[in-house]
Design a protein around this ligand. Structure first.
Ligand code: GSH
Length: 254
């Protein structure tokens, strides 16, 4: 479990569920979807990533990477979206978002989504769509470098700092990883309603936001026929509407 001891102690007095999240953040979308699936009440602390509201001493004192989402449950701070959704499903087991006896397989899907975030999803989204929209001013960049201790994140953000732009090779690597993962996802969905078979689980919740955001960036999903069928079936699900569309109606317009 990714629990952190915040240096910003104010959050330790929070009761119930509090979520720091971003409207356009795919990692936040999976936590919002899980909260909706469970019909849980939660307090929203929205951070606008375009306005760099995450780059503050206060927020780095809660999430040491300065990333969204962060869940605070009765004063305990949880980070890492895929771990948060697993925590929520274990803590609030009804309705279950897992298949009995198939935990290992399902957690592999969550772990895969988590592992490709920095090398593939983030570069694709920035390079194709949002790098200009989230470009930091010199002042914001200086503040970020002072607050950020994670070298991989520093390296990632240095690639589009100032006049820099993502290199073709970053995009090529990202596309190769994504094609491999979507091939696996498509195969898992072949003949199945959901990733784990006939039950909607955290594995779907982990990948639906990835599909939504990358579609908005123009990712060519056309060849993945089972993914297309899956996407049509989650369209009317309340957690998709309330967890994703109510916050970000169309990623292509971000
Ligand atoms: N591994 C983290 C990744 C979180 C992450 O990268 N969040 C993005 C939005 S999806 C963010 O906060 N971006 C702002 C930044 O990189 O400064 C998780 O799954 O929670």
């Amino acid at each position: 479990m990714a629990i952190v001891q915040p240096t910003n102690k104010s959050v330790q007095s929070y009761n119930g569920l509090h979520l720091y999240h971003g409207d356009i953040s795919n990692c936040s979308m999976r936590v919002r979807m899980t909260l909706v699936e469970k019909s849980l009440n939660w307090t929203s602390h929205h951070l606008d990533l375009r306005k760099k509201e995450n780059i503050s001493e206060d927020y780095f004192g809660i999430n040491p990477n300065g990333l969204v989402p962060t869940l605070i449950h009765d004063g305990i701070v949880h980070i890492e979206s895929n771990e948060i959704i697993d925590y929520l499903d274990r803590t609030f087991p009804e309705p279950p978002l897992r298949v009995a006896g198939k935990d290992e397989e399902m957690l592999e899907w969550l772990s895969l989504a988590g592992s490709i975030h920095l090398p593939a999803i983030k570069p694709y989204v920035y390079a194709t769509k949002i790098q200009k929209k989230v470009k930091k001013t010199v002042e914001e960049q200086t503040r970020y470098e002072a607050l950020q201790k994670d070298e991989d994140l520093k390296d990632f953000h240095s690639r589009h700092a100032g006049n820099a732009a993502f290199r073709e090779q970053d995009l090529v690597r990202s596309k190769a990883i994504l094609a491999d993962c979507f091939g696996k996802l498509d195969a898992a969905l072949e003949g199945n309603d959901w990733v784990m078979g006939d039950r909607f689980t955290l594995a779907d919740i982990s990948w639906i936001p990835v599909f939504f955001v990358l579609s908005g960036c123009g990712y060519p999903f056309g060849e993945f026929r089972s993914i297309a069928r899956w996407a049509a079936s989650f369209n009317d699900r309340p957690s998709y509407r309330e967890g994703i569309l109510d916050w970000c109606p169309d990623f292509s317009k971000v």
